[in-house]
Design a protein around this ligand. Structure first.
Ligand SMILES: NC(=O)c1ccc[n+]([C@@H]2O[C@H](COP(=O)([O-])OP(=O)(O)OC[C@H]3O[C@@H](n4cnc5c(N)ncnc54)[C@H](OP(=O)(O)O)[C@@H]3O)[C@@H](O)[C@H]2O)c1
Length: 211
């Protein structure tokens, strides 16, 4: 699969490595331009290229958005129609500045991002796992219920299935938390599943306990 990755930091570059190792092709972008990503793509090998944000967006059958949430408005608003977009982002006011619609709990950070990316088929995922765990805890040899859980929330079941297969391909298990509004909320910082080292079986129990 062709995967665009916007954001080349802890999560973006870790996902790029894992996806290339799983035989996908990636195009990765940051805010400073492709020339600043030469070292990263050289290390990733032939299945990786660096591009602009627009090039990464257009390249991907799936596009990962992994940037500090406070910078979401810098992303282009066009070209997202029907794209499967994976939102790894979290809202941290100290880093991102205060966003009133999020402080009031009116909407989730994923819904905020989706408003900026009209037509995207957005799935919230990879936001509850620390990048060092993402690097090391995938194990495709294990049965799904024994693998570390990575949560998915979204309103498009087909898009969620595609993201789930990417998650399984890098050795984790996808656990569905529901629609973007409710599921997205249950994946936010401070919840019972956020940054917890849960297997898929444990995750299912944790979600039932908090339902
Ligand atoms: N770190 C974790 O373990 C972790 C875990 C789960 C979720 N998250 C969430 O995932 C997101 C990314 O976290 P991170 O730790 O990977 O961040 P990070 O290491 O600070 O990297 C951020 C990346 O985003 C890029 N970026 C910033 N603004 C951009 C823009 N307008 N267009 C394109 N690229 C832009 C930066 O590029 P430049 O350097 O060129 O500006 C940088 O490559 C955050 O929302 C974070 O809360 C992080």
């Amino acid at each position: 699969m062709k995967i665009g990755i916007i954001g080349a930091g802890h999560i973006g570059s870790t996902l790029a490595k894992l996806f290339v190792e799983a035989d996908h092709k990636v195009a990765i972008a940051n805010s400073r331009g492709p020339e600043t990503l030469e070292d990263i793509v050289a290390e990733l090998g032939d299945n990786a290229t660096a591009g602009t944000v627009e090039q990464a967006r257009d390249f991907g059958d799936v596009v990962i958005v992994s940037i500090p949430l406070g910078r979401y408005a810098e992303l282009p608003i066009d070209g997202w129609e029907s794209k499967i977009v994976v939102d790894t982002n979290n809202y941290y006011p100290d880093r991102d500045g205060n966003i009133s619609a999020l402080d009031s709990g009116e909407i989730t950070s994923s819904e905020l991002l989706l408003k900026h990316l009209p037509g995207a088929r957005l799935v919230k995922s990879f936001n509850t796992i620390w990048f060092e765990h993402l690097k090391t805890q995938g194990n495709a040899q294990l049965p799904l219920e024994e693998r570390r859980a990575i949560f998915i929330a979204g309103d498009d079941s087909e898009a969620k299935a595609v993201v789930a297969s990417l998650i399984e391909g890098i050795g984790f298990a996808a656990v569905d938390t529901g629609f973007l509004a409710e599921g997205g909320r249950s994946q936010q910082p401070g919840t019972t599943i956020y940054n917890k080292e849960l297997t898929a079986a444990e995750a299912a129990k944790a979600l039932t306990a908090t339902a």
